[in-house]
Write a protein that binds this ligand. Structure first.
Ligand SMILES: C[S@@+](CC[C@H](N)C(=O)[O-])C[C@H]1O[C@@H](n2cnc3c(N)ncnc32)[C@H](O)[C@@H]1O
Length: 187
């Protein structure tokens, strides 16, 4: 007969391994070249992103809009883009957050958000008219250079909490940690 002690050791050991495996994607950002942890946007920050996206294109862009949120976390900003009628994509490394966002997207009306599990630094921004980023200060210079190379002149960029180092914003929304900057990509 199976000893109850062994059974309990097996169960607790298995649970510990499962919890560790679930936590790994949340901890590994600390080991990457640029440490960008999962910090969800505040409700006010999402509200400020909404205002920025409303202001972004007073006139229709030439080929319709397409939005990407770089490091999309739980998907709320991507959902916001979709609710504003903009086909929107979230790019996220953490597989749990991608899975969670995809499940949330099922309850939404078209255009439904899409999610890709990929590295934002290896992802081409060329097809997008709108880019949202809630990053960290250390990555903004590299990201600005990438956007300068890949985005069409006039594309809109919404930066949350940390501004781009050299571009001049066309508008600023909110203040403190909820600040959101709206930019127009230079030609
Ligand atoms: C500060 S959170 C922002 C989450 C979400 N955009 C929001 O506003 O609530 C940054 C997100 O980027 C993800 N991330 C970190 N490094 C990444 C990378 N190289 N490529 C794609 N996503 C990354 C993290 O897992 C995290 O979910």
């Amino acid at each position: 007969m199976l000893d109850l002690g062994y059974l309990l050791v097996g169960l607790t050991g298995g649970a510990a391994v499962a919890v560790t495996a679930a936590c790994v994607p949340f901890v590994t950002p600390a080991l990457r070249r640029v440490c960008l942890p999962y910090v969800p946007a505040t409700s006010q920050q999402v509200e400020n992103v909404r205002e920025a996206l409303r202001r972004a294109w007073p006139h229709k862009p030439p080929c319709g809009r397409r939005l990407v949120d770089l490091g999309s976390g739980d998907g709320r900003v991507v959902e916001l883009g979709s609710r504003l009628g903009i086909p929107s994509v979230g790019v996220e490394l953490n597989p749990w957050l991608v899975a969670y966002s995809k499940v949330r997207a099922l309850r939404m009306a078209p255009p439904r958000p899409q999610y890709l599990r990929t590295d934002l630094f290896k992802f081409s921004l060329a097809p997008f008219s709108d880019v949202v980023i809630f990053g960290v200060e250390q990555m903004m210079e590299e990201l600005e250079a990438k956007m300068q190379r890949e985005l069409d002149g006039g594309a809109r960029v919404v930066a949350c909490r940390f501004p781009l180092p050299t571009w001049t914003p066309v508008a600023v929304f909110g203040n403190g940690v909820d600040t959101v900057w709206l930019y127009e990509a230079p030609s």
